[in-house]
Design a protein around this ligand. Structure first.
Ligand code: NAD
Length: 305
């Protein structure tokens, strides 16, 4: 495929190299010309602007810091939209705003071009080893068309849904990852202040049910998505007792634990709503009620891949 690639940073650089390695013909652009040295050495051509890259491409990828950079490169002066031919595909690999994505999608569609959101996960190692997860939103036929190129940058390629769906999925993923890090920090400060070595805590968390993937491979698909709260594997009253014991240690040792305290309030609300004898996962219904949305899905859809 003739591919234009714009944004050769920590992620875009290795992704573009993998596209070259897979036999695609690349024309590249970045604000920093030196970022393209390895690509030019591997046979790519240099473009003087995003428009110049788009003029010679069937598919254009961007991997840029954020929404403003993507809008400028996509629809600004000298941008992709000014030169990409009808019937071509533009895919943004950046982590972007779903509403910006939908706006860009409409602008490209009006000119007969499909625009996909295709954010990635897996960090620099994933980009280097072509083992990224890629989550794609937009026109399905356009997705199928560029799938061979996506296969060169990742090994977990998923079509998620309409324009913006890939961007939403990526934000869900990153929100969980970022908030979990703070939760781990909160729990570890409590454990260390209570006299246990951090390495020992890490080993226990890795070896325990949580570290073995219980939450995403068991609890979410088996219990929460199916609303299996009457199949009690760990009762809510016991969960409330455990979290209560943890926050008690935090109080004894003056360890502020804002996340655990908030979750404890949800468990208390669940008890107040008569869920004590249900499975502990029933506490998610407290958040569902607040947000006025349910996260159930048909049993057939609960397999994670
Ligand atoms: P980066 O800052 O390393 O790379 C961005 C590149 O874009 C740079 O080379 C920069 O010179 C170039 N650039 C900026 N504005 C430009 C413009 N107007 N025209 C042309 N080039 C321009 O960032 P990164 O870490 O490679 O991240 C890229 C995207 O991927 C971001 O949206 C990020 O959130 C996402 N992401 C990053 C990671 C990670 O681990 N770093 C993982 C997954 C997703």
């Amino acid at each position: 495929m003739r591919i234009g690639f714009i944004g050769l940073g920590n992620m875009g650089g290795p992704m573009a190299l993998n596209l070259i390695k897979a036999g695609h013909s690349l024309i590249v652009y970045d604000l920093r010309r030196s970022a393209a040295d390895p690509h030019l050495a591997a046979g790519a051509r240099w473009a003087d602007s995003p428009a110049a890259a788009a003029a010679e491409s069937e598919v254009v990828f961007t991997s840029l810091p954020g929404p403003r950079d993507v809008e400028e490169v996509a629809t600004g002066e000298g941008g992709i939209l000014s030169k990409l031919a009808r019937g071509c595909v533009y895919a943004d690999l950046s982590t972007n705003s779903p509403s910006v994505i939908r706006r860009l999608n409409a602008a490209f569609k009006a000119r007969g071009i499909e625009m996909l959101d295709a954010p990635v996960s897996g960090g620099i190692p994933g980009a280097r080893n072509a083992t990224l997860a890629v989550m794609v939103g937009g026109d399905r036929a356009a997705f199928e068309k560029i799938k061979p190129a996506l296969d060169a940058i990742g090994d977990k390629i998923s079509y998620i849904g309409a324009s913006g769906a890939g961007a939403v999925a990526k934000l869900v993923h990153n929100m969980i990852a970022l908030c979990s890090t703070q939760l781990l920090a909160e729990a570890f400060t409590m454990g260390v202040k209570a006299g246990v070595a951090p390495q020992a805590l890490l080993r226990v968390v890795q070896d325990g049910a949580y570290g073995q993937g219980m939450l995403l491979k068991g609890t979410m698909p088996k219990m929460v998505f199916r609303g299996n709260f009457d199949r009690v594997t760990f009762a809510l009253k016991l969960a409330r007792k455990d979290l209560g014991l943890a926050t008690e240690v935090g109080r004894e040792l003056n360890v502020p634990m804002p996340i655990a305290s908030l979750v404890e309030q949800d468990l208390l609300a669940a008890l107040a709503n008569g869920l004590a004898e249900k499975d502990s996962t029933a506490a998610v219904t407290i958040q569902e009620a607040r947000a006025n949305v349910k996260i159930r899905t048909a049993e057939s859809e609960t397999s994670t891949r």
